[in-house]
Design a protein around this ligand. Structure first.
Ligand SMILES: Cc1ncc(COP(=O)(O)O)c(C=O)c1O
Length: 390
């Protein structure tokens, strides 16, 4: 183990200010170069560290800290909070672990929290658990900034924009200002946008929270979550929650995630551009209704999205006339796996209604665009639409 990995010190040369997203992604979180050491040190597998004398950090016990997390946390912090030394990132075993760490560490019995009513389908389960602990849970849709209407007296506002799977967008600056004016904290689920698409802390949020399982890591082989926020009491409570719940990523997952972030800009640019191409092709199809992609100029989310996002994500959603038609369509696809999750380099799609957790029509399809050649992917989708007509 070299100095950088063993102590977490020795952050690599700072990428010049104004560097592009590709440059920042490939260098994110790298330690200071050490002769004969690899550019990105390998995963450190350790449950405990040598610790004679007083138990001082940085590395004592593997549930509290790990050098592989340290480098990954720096990488994500550099992308989520560029140029902000007052911010820190903590990584978790999954997106849900990260979400739970914020909600359960910040809220107490008697507090009120505002959640979206159209967010990720496990969020209502968290809401029910919060209610069981005596926390008042209010919900409102993401679109039209409707959460503003139920904000009065709340301790924390939870935003998911774009929302999954409906792809509605709310105005983060406007909501954050209103929440802060009455002393509420603001968390944004940044999973769908990724930090190259949207910077919640710059838009005024206190926490940017995400599932790194999706486009951040992008290969469908890692579960991961993170929270980025300003250093201070609130993040200390999030860290304490991680220690209590023990929802920590394995070193191998953390290392794979860091390696994957090097290609984030390449993947995001390719996948998101193809998502727009696919949305344009779907727009022409009579059997497709309620097509949503925030990057489409005519999408109801586009105006707000264009004010706060630099990239619009790789997910397109639409509705086919029936459940049977959607099933036949998914079955007929050759380049697209019928699978849940999103953000991977291999396209996936699913009939979202099969889970029962989202208020969507039976024929609703959530389509995650991968890194295939755009012409191949669009041709496969159009062919599958034709084949599913009969
Ligand atoms: C928007 C959003 N947030 C959070 C999560 C949860 O992430 P994970 O599956 O990594 O726990 C998901 C998972 O699909 C999601 O789509």
């Amino acid at each position: 183990m070299n100095e950088a990995t063993s102590t977490g010190a020795g952050h690599g040369p700072v990428v010049p200010g104004g560097a592009g997203d590709g440059t920042r992604a490939v260098r994110a979180g790298l330690p200071e170069p050490v002769k004969h050491e690899p550019t990105l040190p390998g995963p450190v597998f350790a449950a405990h560290f040598h610790l004679p004398g007083d138990p001082t950090g940085p590395y004592t016990y593997g549930r509290d800290e790990n050098p592989t997390w340290t480098l990954l946390e720096r990488a994500i912090r550099e992308l989520e909070a560029p140029g902000r030394d007052d911010a820190e990132t903590l990584v978790f075993a999954s997106g849900m672990a990260a979400i739970s760490s914020v909600l359960f560490s910040q809220l107490r019995a008697g507090d009120a929290v505002v959640l979206p009513d159209d967010g990720y389908q496990a969020l209502p389960l968290v809401g029910a658990q919060l209610e069981a602990y005596g926390i008042e849970v209010r919900t409102a849709p993401t679109g039209g900034d409707a959460q503003l209407e139920v904000l009065d007296g709340a301790k924390l506002l939870w935003i998911e924009t774009p929302s999954n799977p409906g792809l509605d967008v709310c105005d983060v600056r406007r909501l954050a200002e209103a929440a802060h004016a009455q002393g509420a904290l603001v968390a944004v689920d940044n999973t769908l946008a990724t930090p190259l698409g949207q910077l919640p802390l710059e838009l005024g949020a206190d926490f940017s929270v995400a599932s790194g399982t999706k486009q951040l890591t992008g290969h469908g082989d890692v579960l991961l979550g993170y929270v980025t926020g300003r250093k201070g009491e609130a993040m200390a409570a999030v860290r304490r929650w991680r220690k209590i719940a023990g929802a920590i990523p394995g070193p191998m997952e953390a290392w794979l995630a860091h390696r994957s972030i090097a290609t984030l800009q390449l993947r995001v640019d390719r996948q998101n551009a193809t998502a727009l191409t696919l949305a344009r092709a779907l727009r022409e199809r009579p059997e497709v209704s309620d097509l949503r992609y925030p990057g489409l100029p005519e999408d109801p989310s586009h105006k707000t999205a264009s004010q706060q996002m630099r990239r619009y994500g790789c997910v397109v959603s639409f509705t086919l006339p029936s459940r049977a038609r959607a099933d036949r369509f998914l079955d007929a696809l050759r380049l697209v796996d019928d699978a849940t999750s999103f953000g991977g380099v291999r396209s996936t799609a699913e009939r979202r209604g099969r889970w029962g957790g989202d208020a969507v029509p039976e024929g609703f399809v959530r389509f995650s665009v991968g890194a295939e050649d755009p012409a191949d992917l669009v041709a496969d989708v159009l062919r599958a639409l034709d084949a599913s007509a009969v």
